[in-house]
Ligand binder design. Structure first.
Ligand code: FDA
Length: 315
């Protein structure tokens, strides 16, 4: 594990740090590398270019840990407009829409007191209704482990009506393999990622080797199962394993997809598409980019240099 990771992720929760960092304009290289812009107008050309290159997209309107009902309502309204915009830009690869939105339930009100989970479920339901009309898919992001049970419960409830509704599973969680077995069902979509939050040892593996071994076990369950695995990783070892397992299980584009983050391993994204694989890029936009950026910095100390330079230039 990157030794700076706990400190950077701890800083992600600091208001003082957030104030200093968000003085960096979104146009600064270090932010723009990972974030498509602050508005939908800035997002659209990025989406157009990615789609034109044969990649699919999943767009995240940045926001998390909403503490006011009005903010949750505003997030729903933004997602509804976003789905309209994406429907106009998108297309389908057979049964697979090339445009999707990713959403955090904490942005939809999950943390708004005892009624929070019900509020988030109702808000996600609104987005799913809109998404069906527009032939856009929805994936629910995985946040810190204290939210996992509520998030999975919301997804289970809504999957009765929207079986295509996807959820992310983080393989650093010790329960990941069991969750993959529980969640997998005919065409159920599951995004498999290693996990980006700072988690305690009793719930999460701490060593990279253990997280990777868990990823490979989960991948095996998903690739052999009846669902639609979404292999969200930049790690060449995970990608190799997914290629081998997909061949072994006779999966082709339309039966599974790769996913990577906007701004990370662009050349590898293009190679996979050139080789005929389905690949979706997770594209974040919006003014609330601080938490997202800090998680990207924590993953790779090399990114920290660019970031500190941008901060110093800002004074
Ligand atoms: P790993 O961290 O081992 O990185 C492998 C290689 O990828 C590195 O050696 C480097 O080359 C490159 N790389 C990785 N991160 C980089 C970075 N920040 N900057 C530059 N290069 C980098 N997490 C979560 O908790 N909940 C979620 O819902 C999601 N959703 C999600 C969607 C998609 C589409 C992706 C790709 C990832 C997520 N994640 C996530 C994040 C995920 O959990 C994880 O933190 C990162 O993807 C990094 O893990 P890798 O599998 O890439 O491996």
């Amino acid at each position: 594990m990157n030794p700076l990771r706990p400190a950077i992720l701890a800083a992600a929760g600091s208001t003082r740090m957030k104030k200093a960092v968000t003085r960096i304009p979104v146009t600064a290289g270090v932010v723009r590398r990972f974030v498509a812009g602050e508005t939908r107008d800035e997002l659209v050309p990025v989406v157009r270019e990615l789609l034109a290159s044969g990649r699919m997209i999943s767009v995240d309107f940045l926001g998390e840990y909403t503490t006011e009902q009005a903010m949750a309502n505003a997030a729903v309204a933004e997602y509804v407009s976003l789905i309209d915009d994406l429907a106009a830009l998108g297309d389908s690869l057979g049964e697979v829409p090339n445009v999707e939105v990713s959403v955090k339930l904490s942005a939809l009100g999950q943390a708004l007191g005892p009624d929070g989970p019900a509020i988030a479920t109702e808000n996600l339901h609104k987005l799913c209704v809109k998404a069906v009309e527009s032939r856009v898919w929805v994936t629910v992001d995985a946040e810190d482990h204290t939210t996992t049970d509520e998030t999975l419960e919301t997804v289970r409830q809504l999957r009765h009506e929207f079986p295509w509704l996807a959820v992310a599973v983080q393989t650093y969680l010790r329960a990941a393999e069991d969750r993959c077995r529980d969640l997998t069902a005919d065409s159920a979509r599951i995004r498999l990622c290693k996990g980006a939050y700072q988690e305690p040892e009793n719930v999460a593996y701490q060593r990279n080797a253990d997280v990777d071994a868990s990823y490979l076990r989960c991948l095996d369950v998903l690739m052999r199962g009846p669902g639609y695995p979404m292999v969200a990783s930049h790690d060449p070892a995970m990608i190799e394993a997914a290629l081998a397992l997909s061949a072994e299980n006779r999966r082709s584009p339309g039966d599974f997809e790769f996913q990577m983050l906007y701004g990370i391993r662009d050349a590898e994204q293009r190679h996979l598409v050139d080789d005929g694989h389905a690949l979706r890029v997770y594209v974040p936009y919006g003014g609330q980019w601080y938490g997202y950026l800090m998680r990207r910095l924590a993953e790779r100390p090399a990114n920290l240099g660019f970031f500190l330079r941008a901060l110093a230039e800002r004074g």
